[in-house]
Design a protein around this ligand. Structure first.
Ligand SMILES: Nc1ncnc2c1ncn2[C@@H]1O[C@H](COP(=O)(O)OS(=O)(=O)O)[C@@H](OP(=O)(O)O)[C@H]1O
Ligand SMILES: Nc1ncnc2c1ncn2[C@@H]1O[C@H](COP(=O)(O)OP(=O)(O)O)[C@@H](O)[C@H]1O
Length: 207
């Protein structure tokens, strides 16, 4: 009988250096900042600005970007529903490892399905999964269209494009929401500032 997905004869290996030792070394607490939203909503911009801001404060972070991971770890996956599920599952597991290493792991993926994001959340201790929703209207994302993908999707040249002919399920209870104020999107520094403030108040920026 196959034991795929069901570990048989496999035992957890404990080591003497633990997460709290690594956190002491780094003077920070490991966590996952999970950025979700439509293509063009500003996920990568926020991820990079936040990464730079944390770096300048002497905090160790690392970005897991959906686009980039699809060049390597996830290059066998397409955009059909079951592959998106597997994409998020894998990145959730990797993000968990980075958080266990003591890093502030910034995951930036469309991650369109609520259930999959909740499964990633469930992998981490309480409050260590910080979901950031890029709440940008589709019209704004489509007007930006930096890669020309919306244009291709509208022309029917890409099938199953999120927001056009594939679903996006917004979070119901995210920790942070980034949205327009009076029709204007906050600049990248303000978006990152919102996340840094949250991390600071929650005690992640010191051990
Ligand atoms: N069909 C379809 N739907 C959505 N996005 C598409 C598609 N095909 C290619 N792309 C490009 O892939 C990037 C999203 O990859 P992700 O791994 O984040 O997607 S997902 O979480 O598995 O849904 C996404 O990058 P971002 O624009 O940075 O979001 C797109 O550039
Ligand atoms: N806060 C912002 N204000 C104005 N333009 C932005 C902002 N954030 C991102 N952009 C622009 O929107 C486009 C899409 O941003 P990007 O970070 O690549 O989105 P995503 O990773 O969600 O696809 C880029 O051209 C980027 O420069």
């Amino acid at each position: 009988m196959s034991s795929l997905g069901n570990p048989v004869n496999i035992f957890w290996q404990e080591c003497s250096v633990g997460k709290s030792d690594r956190q002491k070394l780094l003077n920070q607490k490991g966590c996952v900042v999970w950025i979700t939203g439509l293509s063009g909503s500003g996920k990568s911009t926020l991820a990079c600005t936040l990464d730079r801001e944390l770096h300048s404060r002497g905090k160790l972070s690392y970005i897991l970007d959906g686009d980039n991971l699809r060049h390597g770890l996830n290059k066998d996956l397409s955009f059909k529903a079951e592959d998106r599920v597997e994409n998020i599952r894998r990145v959730g597991e990797v993000a968990k490892l980075f958080a266990d290493a003591g890093l502030i792991c910034i995951a930036s993926l469309i991650s369109p399905y609520r259930k999959d994001r909740d499964s990633c959340r469930a992998l981490l201790p309480n409050k260590n999964f910080i979901e950031v929703y890029m709440n940008m209207p589709l019209e704004v994302c489509e007007a930006r269209d930096p890669k020309g993908l919306y244009k291709l999707a509208r022309a029917g040249k890409i099938k199953g494009f999120t927001g056009i002919d594939d679903p996006y399920e917004p979070p119901l209870n995210c920790e942070i929401e980034i949205k327009q104020e009076n029709g204007i999107c906050p600049p990248p520094s303000a978006m990152a500032g919102q996340v840094v403030s949250y991390l600071n108040v929650q005690g992640f920026l010191h051990e």
